[in-house]
Design a protein around this ligand. Structure first.
Ligand code: GLC
Length: 476
């Protein structure tokens, strides 16, 4: 016989979990950062792009260089059996990178139409290749070794930021703290052993200080020469202060003491050059993690603090020739799910070696855009419902001012709303009106045993209101 667990037995772990989620968050104290963060939270939907020389091989971004026995570090191809030969061939990709179809205005227009409102671009990934015109290294797209350097828009970071700013986007720089090209991170004297520095930091502190200065200088360039920047999205959480290292986590085991970047210096510089800039030092609790960044998944509950899920539109962050893109329905549902829990969705599309996106990526954006044209009222500027009920069955909820939005997530192949829809455990006041976004006529509804039943008359305009998900607005 199945025995029911006592109520507290179920509730207590859930409460702990809820506390855990927001526990490590430190809200920014700078009013300009607070303002920027509040504006960003209202935008809800952004674009992430992972792009580098690795796109030419159609492989994972950077990770194949990392000598760890992990699935995502696996090397393939003719050089794969010899790490040194592989690193050389990988770095040589600089000499053939020539994305002549680069057209950031086309990306920005498609993203804007889809309802995206901010962009984050990989200015430098862990491999250390700079997609901007840094003066700290020649390992960059604008160096003469790279064929694209002769293109007037070789500084692709600049062109991307300008094109998206033109569409009124907030602009963010993804930047990897670790740099597997820098001789002060992986000193060529020793073989690298894992993702961390490969020398004893206590014996060679000047070398590491050099690396800190190099990183500071690169971030200073990004904060100085690239117009208004709203966000620094700093990846590579194994570069972190000792006090935050947890060696029971397998990926943190090898982190040496002192492998940090003195973030207070970087933040002070960044905020002097770019007042109000948000900093996301990912997964490092403290004043430089202005919002949390769960990856490839949506939390079960609202986190109670600012957050963003970053997620791939296909399966990979980087370009692969044959990508398996998620369906428009799944993407729209994910956006609704994230937003109902008070988060933002940062959706990744990877440009190819020629500088173009797959046509399927445009198709997805177009479908999302059509849906947003009708329904974005239930997305932008909303928050998680005060009732704390974000989802019941196929219905997710968002709220804005006096309006509650109930978003009906359609099943696969469900192209029409049923004649009757039920909002469980919800009874709006008698003065409330319920409409379907995209249709003006108020709908008939009634409270039945604590639930709301809505009737949709024959010939209602639900088809017009958008496929994949329908939004009921409960307002005045
Ligand atoms: C993962 C990947 C990394 C990528 C990041 C984006 O951590 O390993 O390469 O940049 O996701 O969120």
């Amino acid at each position: 016989m199945k025995r029911l667990l006592p109520f507290w037995f179920v509730l207590f772990p859930l409460l702990l979990l809820a506390q855990e989620h927001g526990r490590h968050y430190t809200a920014p104290s700078d009013p300009l950062v607070q303002k920027n963060l509040a504006e960003w939270q209202d935008l809800k939907f952004g674009l992430l792009m992972h792009w580098g020389t690795y796109s030419q091989w159609g492989i994972v971004e950077s990770w194949s260089l990392c000598p760890e026995d992990e699935g995502w570090c696996e090397r393939r191809g003719p050089y794969s059996t010899d790490w040194y030969a592989y690193k050389k061939a990988y770095e040589n990709l600089q000499t053939s990178f020539n994305p002549t179809r680069f057209n950031p205005e086309k990306w920005a227009a498609a993203a804007q139409n889809a309802g995206m409102r901010y962009v984050v671009f990989t200015t430098k990934h862990h491999d250390g290749f700079c997609m901007f015109d840094t003066h700290q290294t020649d390992y960059k797209i604008t160096d003469t070794l790279c064929p694209f350097s002769s293109n007037p828009r070789a500084d692709v970071t600049k062109a991307i930021f300008e094109a998206f700013r033109e569409q009124k986007f907030k602009v963010g720089a993804y930047f990897s703290k670790p740099d597997w090209h820098s001789p002060d991170f992986w000193w060529p004297y020793f073989p690298p052993k894992d993702r961390n520095i490969n020398y004893d930091l206590n014996r060679y502190p000047e070398r590491y200080q050099h690396f800190r200065d190099f990183t500071y200088n690169q971030l200073e360039e990004l904060c100085t020469n690239y117009g208004r920047l709203d966000l620094l999205w700093l990846d590579g959480a194994w570069v972190r202060p000792d006090s935050t290292v947890n060696r029971t986590e397998s990926w943190q085991r090898g982190i040496p003491d002192g492998q940090d970047l003195e973030m207070h210096r970087i933040a002070a510089m960044a905020r002097e050059k770019q007042p109000g800039i948000m900093i996301v030092d990912r997964w490092i609790p403290g004043p430089y993690e202005n919002y949390l960044t769960p990856e490839q998944g949506v939390p079960d509950k609202p986190l109670g603090v600012p957050w963003e899920t970053c997620m791939t539109m296909g399966n990979s962050w980087s370009y692969v020739p044959k990508e398996n893109y998620k369906s428009p329905r799944r993407l729209i549902h994910t956006l609704c799910d994230v937003v109902s829990k008070g988060g933002n969705l940062l959706l990744n599309i990877a440009p190819g070696p020629d500088g173009a996106w797959h046509p399927e990526a445009y198709q997805r954006l177009e479908a999302i855009g059509k849906w947003m044209d009708v329904n974005s009222e239930a997305i932008y500027g909303t928050h998680s419902p005060r009732s704390r009920i974000t989802r019941l069955g196929n219905m997710v909820y968002t709220e804005k001012g006096e309006n509650l939005y109930a978003i009906y997530l359609a099943e696969e192949g469900e192209e029409q709303l049923p004649d009757q829809v039920c909002l469980r455990f919800l009874c709006p006041g008698k003065d409330r009106k319920i409409t379907l976004l995209g249709c003006d006529t108020p709908l008939n509804w009634r409270c039945v045993d604590g639930d709301t039943v809505i009737w949709l008359p024959a010939g209602h305009c639900g088809e017009l209101a958008g496929a994949y998900a329908w939004v009921f607005k409960i307002g005045s």
